[in-house]
Design a binder for this molecule. Structure first.
Ligand code: NAI
Ligand code: MG
Length: 345
């Protein structure tokens, strides 16, 4: 039976993962320690005795509301003095360590099966509903929880070798699995995805798929095919989904995205000729949005409820789609400001 050691409510995001300065996150000794725990099962088991273990239930993080009404992940604090139960030692996955080299793990205390009918494709439906209603205090914790969720899911769904059909066994950190028969080593996989915000200079193009939550539009996205470059994927996806040809392309940023099975999102801006903007849509809908429309859509903090009047809303702040749209809107505002200033002169 699962026996919690000590529950810590309101544990902050591990500073090395999300909150601290870049240099502090990249401290060499810290990285070296995590790498050693991945390689050395005994060191990892010892680290688990004094670790923080962040809890999930069926791949959703277990969140607690603090007295300030913010949401915080829930962690077991292992003191090293109490014996750990079998599941804690066998199923916790290593996600990093604090600046003080205290190891941090995630553990799914729910049943280790994925509900085949559940939608794992989009964040708001997958994680706790309160997050959606009050997302801002939760955001700093996000990348570390997404990483934990992705690693837990990978371990839960990689129990057998795809070559021999025999069971695979994980290392103590949960960072690799080995086939018991052939010795083939498996590492967590990510699928590369291009996400692109297309602009005609004055407007940007957003699309929606039927699987999106009601009213939500985002930048166009698509998985890279085997052998494709990022630029080829980008041109193909834009041509396939909206029938447009892009001209210039610029890189923005990237993000790990745990849905549906860990994607590595690479985000771009692209432009099309203002003379050729007629959309031929293969999605549920795709349309051009003015800066004013984007500005008001960015204000919509919660998705419309059933029965509410239709409203366009955009991916939440932590999604890279939101970042692309915000970057575009900022750039448009700056350029219209400089146009106005030039006219004044
Ligand atoms: N973080 C963000 O802001 C956003 C993330 N996304 C993510 O981008 C991903 C790709 O976007 P889509 O428009 O759905 O891609 P898509 O336009 O390539 O269409 C998905 C289809 O591609 C095929 N496919 C090819 N390779 C695949 C692979 N490795 N895994 C799964 N399906 C594969 C499947 O038939 C699937 O139904 C999705 O996982 C979505 O969650 C999408 C928009 C915003
Ligand atoms: Mg797509």
């Amino acid at each position: 039976m699962f026996r919690p050691l000590k529950i810590l409510i309101g544990t902050k995001c591990p500073p090395t993962r999300c909150c601290s300065a870049f240099v502090s996150r990249m401290r060499f000794s810290n990285l070296q320690y995590v790498n050693r725990l991945k390689e050395d099962d005994e060191a990892c088991a010892a680290a688990l005795q004094n670790a923080h273990i962040f809890l999930f239930h069926r791949l959703s993080p277990l969140l607690q509301r603090t007295e300030h009404r913010t949401l915080r992940p829930t962690a077991l604090v292992c003191s090293g003095t109490e014996p750990q139960n079998h599941r804690t030692t066998e199923e916790s996955v290593l996600i990093g360590c604090s600046e003080e080299n205290q190891a941090q793990f995630c553990l799914d205390v729910g049943k280790n099966i994925l509900n085949p009918g559940s939608s794992l494709s989009w964040w708001p439906e997958t994680l706790n509903v309160p997050v959606l209603q009050d997302p801002s205090p939760y955001e700093p914790d996000l990348c570390f929880l997404l990483q934990g969720q992705a690693l837990l899911r990978w371990n839960q769904t990689s129990g057998f070798c795809s070559t021999t059909g025999q069971p695979t066994h994980r290392n103590r950190a949960g960072s690799q699995r080995v086939c018991s028969s052939s010795g083939i080593i498996y590492y967590p996989k990510m699928s590369p995805v291009v996400i692109v915000l297309v602009s005609d200079g004055k407007r940007c193009l957003l699309g929606r798929q039927s699987s999106f939550p009601r009213g939500m539009y985002s930048a166009l996205a698509g998985f890279c095919d085997m052998g494709e470059t990022l630029e080829e994927t980008l041109r193909r996806e834009v041509a396939e989904e909206v029938g447009l040809e892009v001209h210039s392309v610029s890189y923005s940023s990237s993000q790990h995205w745990p849905f549906p099975h860990s994607s590595f999102m690479m985000a771009f801006h692209a432009s099309v000729s203002p003379a050729h903007t007629q959309v031929s849509c293969q999605l549920e809908d795709a349309r051009w949005f003015s800066l004013e429309e984007i500005t008001s859509a960015l204000q919509v903090k919660t998705p419309p409820r059933r029965g509410d009047p239709p409203v366009v809303w955009l991916p939440p702040k932590h999604a890279i789609g939101n970042r692309l749209i915000t970057e575009w809107a900022d750039r448009q505002r700056r350029s219209s400001l400089s146009d106005t200033t030039e006219e004044d002169v």
